[in-house]
Design a binder for this molecule. Structure first.
Ligand code: XIL
Length: 376
């Protein structure tokens, strides 16, 4: 007869060693940051529909939150007056519900990926304030209402500020006036009182834009508008923002009494003729080999800088975890990142933690390691 389990010291030693190793090196991003914040990724159509099984497996293994890269934007869901296409959006939400993920809705009000008819009457004339508010309310009630209790967090207004912190002169602003933002939050809150409501924008670690977002949040809160969170997109670069800038921005935003979501994280390692951390999707530039220097692989020194930048940012996120609700990457692997085609089409970019084959890049391990680097 074999000895009972408790009398087999070699076996127990092996189990103990394995458990210790497991505890020391968590097996996934979501596990590493368990209890700190959600770790999310944006899903594209192939991932939502199950065609991209490799990426779906990575999503399920590594992440506990999802965002829709495009599936819930106005132009996709409601391309023509009265025509709603729910197919992809329903599948996106069903994926998150089935796998018990924190589901983000992106987005309700934006000046991009919104059809031109939204702002005009049948004769082509710009709508009145009252008519556009009615259209906005209907859109928000329809979309938020459909996923009430399932989508836990909505990006209500996206990119309403200029780089100097002043209000963007979008058609929303010009037709309704500055209170279109407050109205959108009020409608969303009415449609689902439990949902976390977010204002989302890029380049928020830069001083002028940060001042603008803080002004906006303070005004909204003073008026009693139900805003819960600011999304910092963090479409970043190797040298920008610095850890110090990122930390200062997170703390300044959190000091206004809202949560912070790192909502669209990626690090663009490729050169381009522009400056600053813009993520303005309307910028397009011609392709040329000089702007695509690494089509066959990333040089060691750039890989190292990328890893260091990810380590620095996650060091900050971990330190500031009490103020952060989620950290979401804008995509799953480098192969599908929007940064392969924006602002210059057809490039080979390396902005995420998983390479083109779905294998973890060195930065992945740096991000795992950043968890637990300061006392809980
Ligand atoms: C991008 C998507 O990733 C692309 O597929 C699409 O062509 C354009 O929009 N800020 C945002 C996101 O809030 O919605 C944008 O997503 C990236 C910048």
């Amino acid at each position: 007869m074999r000895a009972p389990l408790s009398r087999r010291p070699v076996l127990w030693a092996t189990i103990l060693m394995a458990a210790t190793a497991w505890a020391q090196q968590p097996g996934s991003l979501k596990q590493a940051y368990q209890g700190d914040f959600y770790v999310g990724a944006a899903m594209n159509a192939a991932e939502i529909t199950g065609q991209d099984q490799q990426n779906d497996a990575i999503l399920l293994e590594q992440f506990n939150s999802i965002s829709p890269e495009n599936a819930l934007k106005w132009a996709i869901v409601n391309p023509e007056p009265g025509q709603y296409n729910w197919g992809l959006a329903d599948q996106y939400v069903a994926f998150g519900v089935e796998h018990h993920m924190w589901i983000v809705g992106h987005n309700l009000v934006w000046h991009n990926q919104v059809p031109a008819w939204v702002f005009r009457d049948k004769g082509g004339k710009l709508l009145t304030r009252a008519a556009l508010l009615a259209r906005l309310k209907e859109h928000i009630f329809t979309e938020v209402g459909r996923y009430k209790g399932k989508i836990q967090s909505w990006d209500v207004v996206n990119e309403a500020l200029n780089e100097d912190g002043t209000p963007r002169q979008s058609l929303w602003y010009r037709i309704i006036g500055p209170d279109y933002i407050a109205k959108a939050f009020e409608y969303a809150h009415e449609a689902d009182p439990q949902a976390q409501l977010t204002y989302n924008d890029y380049n928020l670690a830069s001083a002028a834009k940060l001042a603008g977002v803080i002004r906006l949040v303070k005004e909204l809160k003073a008026e009693g508008v139900p805003i819960d969170c600011v999304g910092m997109q963090n479409h970043d670069h190797l040298d920008s923002p610095t850890a110090g800038q990122e930390d200062a921005a997170i703390r300044a935003i959190a000091a206004t009494g809202v949560k912070v979501a790192i909502s669209e994280l990626d690090i663009n390692i490729l050169p381009w003729p522009g400056t600053g951390n813009t993520a303005d999707v309307s910028i397009h530039m011609a392709s040329s080999p000089k702007w695509n220097p690494w089509p066959h692989g990333l040089p060691q020194d750039v890989q190292k800088k990328l890893t260091e930048q990810y380590a620095a940012l996650f060091g900050v996120f971990y330190k500031d975890r009490a103020d952060i609700s989620r950290v979401t990457f804008w995509g799953v692997t480098n192969a599908q990142s929007w940064l392969n085609d924006w602002p210059i089409p057809g490039r080979t970019n390396y902005p995420l933690l998983f390479d083109r084959e779905g294998k973890p890049a060195p930065a992945y391990y740096a991000v795992l390691q950043a968890a637990g680097q300061t006392a809980k």
